[in-house]
Design a protein around this ligand. Structure first.
Ligand SMILES: [Zn+2]
Length: 303
């Protein structure tokens, strides 16, 4: 039996065979749960990262904010019941108008307030974010028009805002099939969305085009291309740097390698889960994705 804690705080005990379904349903549980969950106690905390860029944490994915003479460009918007608090937190940083909202990917804990902020800001995201949000198969049904990205791209684009180039670049076949990272060139800040869970095994949405090996390749590319001194806003967890990202990459290499080797030796998923990742990675499984869930994600990512 495996116990997982969902974002809505429900703890379920599951047999391994049920785990894949449960994990793919987690975000659905998150969106449904949030509608009923009392968010009144959630506090928004803003911190300055570097240059024009700030980070806001609350519940759900971390929010990045560029604030300056051109107004506000922000990245991701957590859950709809938090929209007023997010707006107030942004106002506390700068009084400018909301001009652009970039979605790192389509998951509900990163796009939950799109319908509200889409009335003010122009939403920008990878083409697959629009495809998935507008699909009737989207959790909770097709999103309303105001929640959809109005500028989409295949590989990437730049927005020149608050005196610097803001580069938005697609990360193929990683956490989902529609992820991007955002890099603020002069501030030297990157927002990596859910490609990066600091010090924790990541969730990879294999059912929506994600892949653990693809995620590892994307992190390898980022480690080669992000300049020294870059500060990193992760999808979940505290503000980080390239040292944290290197540690994360090393964990991805080790754990994916272990599962790959065991699978090619003919071991079953249950065998590999039983084997685990050892003491070294115990703490990494203490978050949303435990060791068994991460093993299953890797197992199902391997061809
Ligand atoms: Zn996500």
């Amino acid at each position: 039996m495996t116990a997982i804690s969902t974002p809505s705080g429900i703890v379920r005990s599951l047999r391994p065979v049920q785990l894949a379904l449960a994990i793919s349903a987690c975000l659905s549980v998150a969106s449904v749960g949030v509608a009923q969950r009392d968010m009144s106690s959630v506090e928004m905390k803003a911190e300055h990262v570097a240059g024009k860029v700030h980070m806001i944490t609350g519940a759900g994915g971390n929010i990045g904010v560029s604030a300056g003479d051109d107004g506000i460009l922000f990245i991701d918007d957590q859950f709809a019941p938090l929209a007023d608090k997010i707006r107030a937190a942004i106002k506390g940083i700068h009084a400018g108008d909301l001009e652009y909202l970039i979605n790192t990917h389509f998951h509900g804990d990163h796009t939950g307030s799109n319908a509200i902020f889409g009335e003010d800001a122009t939403i920008v995201a990878h083409e697959n974010v629009r495809v998935r949000l507008s699909s009737p198969d989207n959790r909770g049904g097709a999103a309303p028009a105001s929640a959809l990205p109005v500028i989409t791209f295949d590989d990437g684009l730049s927005i020149f805002f608050n005196g610097e180039r803001v580069r938005v670049t697609h990360l193929p076949t990683g956490h989902t099939d529609g992820d991007s990272y955002i890099y603020f060139e002069d501030s030297k800040v990157a927002h990596l969305g859910d490609h990066f869970f600091v010090g924790r095994f990541p969730y990879v949405d294999v059912g929506n085009g994600g892949n653990a090996e693809g995620l590892r390749s994307n992190i390898e590319m980022l480690l080669k291309s992000l300049p020294a001194g870059t500060k990193i806003i992760p999808g979940h967890g505290p503000l980080a740097d390239l040292g944290d990202l290197k540690e994360y990459f090393s964990m991805l290499n080790d754990t994916i390698g272990m599962v790959k080797q065991a699978k090619s030796a003919g071991k079953s998923l249950a065998d590999v889960q039983k084997q685990g990742f050892g003491e070294k990675y115990k703490e990494w499984g203490s978050g949303f994705i435990n060791s068994d869930a991460w093993t299953e994600i890797i197992f199902s990512s391997l061809n």
